[in-house]
Design a protein around this ligand. Structure first.
Ligand code: PEP
Ligand code: MN
Length: 336
């Protein structure tokens, strides 16, 4: 529930009055600079008439939505800081962007080579995993903290921002130190304690859709991040668990059109994990942009055949440059 004010100057007085009634509030700003007070759910229940009677209160508004904080961000792009170049905007009103990199950060040399490749392809964000969610406990699960510093150094040298996944609450601090955007993976979309810990890091978050999650569950997971303090949420569609193994996942572009065009929220698409095979990445990438995606996550590798994870879907340099050209990301030609 929100309390709107006659004038922004009434804010402190109204908040104090409400506190006296046992109602805890948070200041919220609307898209056009309007200020309101959000009534926290753990407050005492007070009759609507009593709230309306407080001096300075213009109205009491009950949001019909279960994710009011997310709704309040509609129409706004998320600002993503980068350390050695200007910040990037991702979302409604901003040009679509490319985030690319290898599935796993394999070595200092490999991630630098991949970062240069991503930059040549016009990427603004370098995406690579230090902590990898793997179905088998015997698969390579990332180099952990040492990979984080290699990732940061490669991004800084190439002027890119860093996107990387965190899987455990215990690693949030270390990941937040190097990441410009923290990724929450599909398998953890409803790991609520992790969402809270990631939100507290106060960074923008790429929230992958759970492979069997409804759109509403995805939006509620984003609300968890925002309640805890996330600086913004970008929803990431990566395909749902389908019945047909011909493609690894079923890429739900209807949800992308819904999020981008109806809800007006930032959304990116990961055709690499959706397809699981490199020959489908380009057509799905183009389809995602046509559906309204504000950006793409594309896995690339300097030598896909040698990748320690997800090699079959990784694009090599020529394929990434071709995708970038085809999607209008603006390649940087022969720059090394
Ligand atoms: C990934 O992005 O590296 C990944 C494992 O993807 P997802 O969580 O979508 O499966
Ligand atoms: Mn991968």
């Amino acid at each position: 529930m929100f309390v709107t004010l006659r004038s922004p100057g009434d804010l402190d007085e109204v908040a104090r009055e409400l506190q006296g009634l046992g109602v805890w509030t948070e200041r919220v700003e609307g898209p056009s600079g309007t200020v309101a007070l959000f009534l926290r759910a753990d407050s005492s229940r007070v009759a609507r008439e009593r709230l309306e009677a407080i001096e300075g209160v213009a109205g009491v508004w009950q949001s019909p939505s279960a994710h009011p904080r997310l709704d309040a961000l509609a129409g706004r792009a998320v600002a993503i800081a980068r350390r050695t170049s200007s910040s990037a905007l991702l979302g409604p009103g901003a040009a679509a962007i490319l985030a690319s990199g290898p599935c796993s950060v394999e070595s200092e040399a490999q991630i630098l080579e991949a970062a240069r490749l991503a930059r040549r392809a016009g990427a603004v964000l370098l995406r690579g995993g230090a902590f990898k969610p793997r179905s088998s406990p015997y698969s390579f699960a990332g180099h952990g903290k040492s990979a984080l510093s290699w990732l940061r150094a490669a991004a800084d040298e190439t002027g890119l921002g860093v996107v990387t996944e965190v899987m455990s609450e215990a690693d949030v601090e270390a990941v937040a130190e190097v990441a410009d955007v923290i990724q929450v993976g599909s398998r953890n979309m409803q790991a609520f304690a992790l969402l809270r810990a990631v939100g507290r890091a106060n960074k923008p978050v790429f929230l992958k859709r759970g492979m069997a999650a409804t759109v509403e569950e995805w939006l509620l997971a984003a609300e968890h991040l925002l309640v805890a303090g996330a600086a913004g949420v970008v929803l990431c569609e990566r395909g749902l668990r389908g019945f047909d193994p011909a493609t690894r996942n079923l890429l739900d572009l209807g949800s992308v059109a819904l999020v981008a065009h109806v809800l007006g929220l930032p959304v990116v698409v990961d055709p690499s994990h959706a397809a699981g095979r490199r020959d489908l990445v380009l057509p799905l990438a183009r389809a995602a942009l046509a559906a309204g995606a504000h950006g793409l996550l594309i896995e690339c590798h300097p030598r896909p055949a040698q990748a320690m994870s997800d090699g079959p879907q990784a694009l090599d340099e020529d394929a990434l440059l071709a995708l970038s050209h085809s999607c209008g990301f603006g390649t940087r030609g022969a720059e090394r």
